[in-house]
Design a protein around this ligand. Structure first.
Ligand code: MV4
Length: 541
């Protein structure tokens, strides 16, 4: 078996790398050592749908899985689905999913040789990655220095400029005094954005349109950054009007191979939360896709990146693109990339962490058809997107050709208040964009969740919106079309569920009244409901 694996591995490399004898010898050596090192048990330092998602790939690879859970997650599906599960603390994240020492302790106790961090929590925490290495545990993610490098946005900008990746015009150094601020803004012109170097994802950002607002905006951004990140370093960028948010998925292995898996169009956002994502982007031309893909690979190579990562770009109306930031983790929206490329990104992450090469070459993959994702959130879109955690009374998920759901909820599950409100991700695929959108609309129609309010109806409106259907949208889509997306439509009944409950209750009451008005008298000592039931049944005979 082992010789067989080694043989096929070496054979693949002779064909793939078409390399010199020296390289062949080196790879045979690596192959030999990775067979000994191969990850056999993975601890998933996360919860909910992404924990289930990671365990699925582990199971397919014959890798044992270890779940960890907080008080609130005792009944969570990831706990049931894993081979083993360990309690790690109280419900608040700080005391459970962010407790690095406790998680490493459980990894050692359970004999896990690797940790998959998922997204959020400890996934972009370089100190956690270092602690894993110090404990002899493989962190399934990039090396800690790359996390730090990309976590500091000013450093990341400098590195991208050096690597020839376009960045938004702006400051190259941290801001030291207000005269420099005024000079730079005079050069690039208003409007500008003041951003926290330790920020990202929209945190600690300020837009400045008027000259007199500049200095106070810088001061406010600095104090916000200090309280949010303990670091008041800020930088300034030219404001890109009405941009697209387009990101590229990349993979890099420890043998020096770096590839991209094309883009994801993520412009449908609300308050920096993505609501709908799709791939391919309806905005990119084949030429621009090619150029941006190469820029994404160059960006990853510039920091000797390994693992799965995402390069975020802003693209303006004239199709100029700019590096924005890099996310050094597996992202929520990764399934749409998996759907159009056919590549299992979690499997590739585990292969890379084991020292194996990426399982395909750049020229072996393409975008097949079109995929759309909706994040199904437990929130009331029609009441200011209020979070709606609580008991799921009923859930029936859509199915059929071209539909995938990544979730963890089930009937009787209570969505905890402690974590983010995502119930599941719904992914549709079609041969064309139109088919993928129509299929998503159909799947949203089939999706039934009662007990909590969800984002489903709002996303159905997006699928039906003429501008979305034309692919005519950017990051301003939701704010620009807010009233249309919110207004009541005659084609749908917004209170269908409530009406059904009222109708059932009315039916019950009227039947009870009929029984009460009849000449039947309740027998002493017998249960009323049973007697009524017998009487009702007899009436039908
Ligand atoms: C910008 C920008 C315009 N110009 N930077 C928001 C999230 C964070 N990652 C960066 N963001 C932006 N940075 C410059 N120089 C506009 C945004 C932005 C945005 C970006 C992506 C998706 C949605 C957005 C919504 C509002 C603003």
């Amino acid at each position: 078996m082992r010789t067989g694996m080694l043989y096929s591995y070496v054979k693949k490399h002779i064909i793939w790398l078409n390399c010199s004898l020296v390289q062949l010898f080196l790879h045979t050596f690596v192959a030999d050592s990775y067979l000994g090192l191969m990850i056999k048990k993975v601890l998933i330092a996360n919860r909910g749908e992404i924990a289930v998602r990671v365990i699925r790939s582990c199971r397919e690879m014959g890798i044992r899985s270890v779940a960890v859970y907080s008080d609130a997650d005792r009944r969570s599906l990831h706990v049931r689905y894993a081979d083993e599960a360990y309690h790690i603390g109280p419900s608040p994240s700080r005391e459970s999913y962010l407790n690095a020492d406790k998680i490493i302790e459980v990894a050692l106790k359970s004999g896990a040789d690797a940790i998959h961090p998922g997204y959020g929590f400890l996934s972009e925490n370089a100190d956690f990655a270092r602690k894993c290495a110090q404990s002899g545990i493989t962190f399934i993610g990039p090396n800690p220095d790359a996390i730090d490098h990309m976590g500091d946005k000013i450093t990341a900008r400098q590195t991208m400029i050096a690597a020839g990746v376009p960045v938004v015009p702006g400051t190259q150094q941290k801001i030291s005094d207000f005269d420099t601020v005024k000079r730079i803004v005079a050069e690039i012109g208003l409007p500008v954005m003041v951003k926290a170097s330790a920020g990202g994802g929209g945190k600690g950002m300020r837009l400045v349109r008027k000259p007199e607002e500049l200095i106070s905006a810088v001061k406010m951004a600095q104090s916000e950054a200090m309280s949010a990140f303990g670091d008041d370093t800020v930088y300034i960028e030219k404001y890109v009007e009405a941009p697209h948010h387009i990101e590229f998925q990349i993979l890099a292995d420890k043998l020096g191979n770096t590839v991209h898996l094309f883009e994801r169009e993520c412009s449908i956002q609300r308050r920096h939360q993505k609501v709908v994502e799709e791939t391919p982007s309806p905005f990119l031309t084949p030429e621009l896709r090619e150029t941006m893909g190469q820029a994404a690979v160059a960006a990853a190579k510039a920091v000797s990146y390994t693992g799965a990562g995402t390069i975020e770009f802003l693209v303006d109306g004239n199709r100029n693109f700019y590096f924005l930031e890099m996310n050094t983790r597996l992202q929520v929206e990764h399934p749409i990339t998996e759907r159009v490329t056919g590549i299992d990104l979690v499997k590739e992450q585990i292969r890379i962490a084991s020292g194996l090469p990426i399982s395909f070459r750049q020229d072996e993959i393409s975008q097949h058809g079109h995929a759309v994702e909706c994040r199904i959130l437990a929130e009331d879109a029609f009441n200011n997107f209020m979070p709606s955690p609580g008991l799921i009374r009923h859930i029936s998920e859509p199915n059929g050709l071209g539909i995938r759901t990544d979730g963890y909820a089930y009937e009787g599950y209570e969505i905890p208040i402690h974590y983010d409100p995502m119930i599941s991700k719904l992914i549709s695929w079609g041969r064309t964009r139109e088919e993928a959108i129509d299929r998503m609309r159909r799947a949203l129609f089939e999706y039934n969740i009662t007990g909590v309010k969800t984002s489903i109806r709002f996303q159905k409106r997006i699928m039906e919106h003429p501008d979305f259907r034309k692919g005519n949208y950017n990051t301003h889509f939701i704010p620009d079309h807010f009233d249309e997306l919110m207004s009541a439509k005659r084609t749908e009944n917004p209170v269908f569920e409530d009406m059904a409950i009222i109708a059932a209750y009315y039916d019950f009451i009227s039947k009870m009244e009929k029984v009460a008005m009849s000449d039947f008298t309740v027998t002493q000592g017998s249960m009323n409901w049973k007697t009524y039931g017998i009487k009702k049944n007899l009436q039908h005979i």
